[in-house]
Design a protein around this ligand. Structure first.
Ligand code: ZN
Length: 267
């Protein structure tokens, strides 16, 4: 059944080609928006194979510090590990998403920048970006910065996804079950067009979140990760450069959503 639904889905969001072009056209502006190097290069997590990463330890610290303390206390991360290049598969399907073999990829730019495994593993993976495909260091840095922030947002939902018992206290003081809270975001997410091309891969052709075969939580988590990342970095690749550089111009309600989620406290 999913073959039918997946075949109708837009997989172009899994190819970085458009994003790379957007980053190239706007690299000077995007460089200004990335946080500068943090003074502290001493990462609070284990750092493994940093040579695979286009972000330095001090840049990683600066990206972590974009998150408010309440969010950092909810991270579920113990290590950041570098890996060889991985691609999204041409025959992408749940459980069969990626390959190390470039000949099986959607294209040479369908690179996976980063990932976070299922609970209870607490690491974030960063995949090498081939210099032959993206020679500019700044573009590789933008991609890995975006990827790291995106995975850190996912880490906030890991306990909720696996256990369903975690609670958080929202800035309004209301205490909510994290999983119920996230599932309850469906309506507001569907009121707005996907914030990024990547988010579109988790929507159905009618714009609704993909809820086939138990994928609703993942679709919400991916859309939310892209929204919070756009909020923290100030850009997001979509099909329109002006929206990409001002992602919340017509999505004010999503700013509050991102702020609430980041400011929620561990109960
Ligand atoms: Zn993701």
């Amino acid at each position: 059944m999913y073959v039918y639904s997946m075949a109708k889905k837009d997989l172009s969001g899994l190819d970085l080609k458009g994003a790379i072009d957007f980053y190239r056209r706007n690299s000077a502006e995007l460089l200004k928006r990335l946080p500068g190097d943090a003074n502290n290069t001493d990462i609070q997590y284990d750092l493994d194979k940093p040579d695979c990463m286009a972000v330095t330890p001090s840049q990683i610290n600066a990206l972590i510090n974009l998150f408010p303390r309440q969010a950092r206390e909810r991270f579920y991360v113990d290590a950041i590990r570098g890996y060889p290049t991985v691609y999204f598969r041409r025959d992408y399907a749940p459980g069969r998403e990626v390959t190390f073999d470039a000949t099986e990829a959607i294209s040479e730019t369908a690179i996976v920048p980063s990932f976070i495994p299922d609970h209870p593993d607490g690491h974030i993976g960063i995949f090498r970006i081939p210099e032959s495909v993206i020679p500019e260091e700044i573009i590789r840095r933008i991609i890995h910065s975006q990827g790291l922030v995106h995975e850190l947002v996912h880490s906030l939902a890991k306990r909720a996804k696996s256990q369903g018992t975690e609670q958080i206290q929202l800035p309004s003081s209301r205490i909510v079950n994290t999983k119920d809270y996230l599932l309850g975001l469906r309506e507001i997410l569907e009121e707005h067009a996907p914030i990024s091309a990547y988010s579109s891969a988790f929507r159905l052709p009618n714009g609704k979140l993909d809820d086939n075969e138990g994928r609703l939580f993942q679709s919400i988590d991916e859309n939310l990760a892209e929204i919070v990342t756009a909020h923290l970095l100030g850009f997001s690749f979509c099909d329109d450069d002006s929206r990409g550089l001002n992602p919340f111009a017509d999505r004010k309600g999503l700013v509050k959503l991102a702020q609430d989620y980041l400011s929620a406290r561990k109960v």
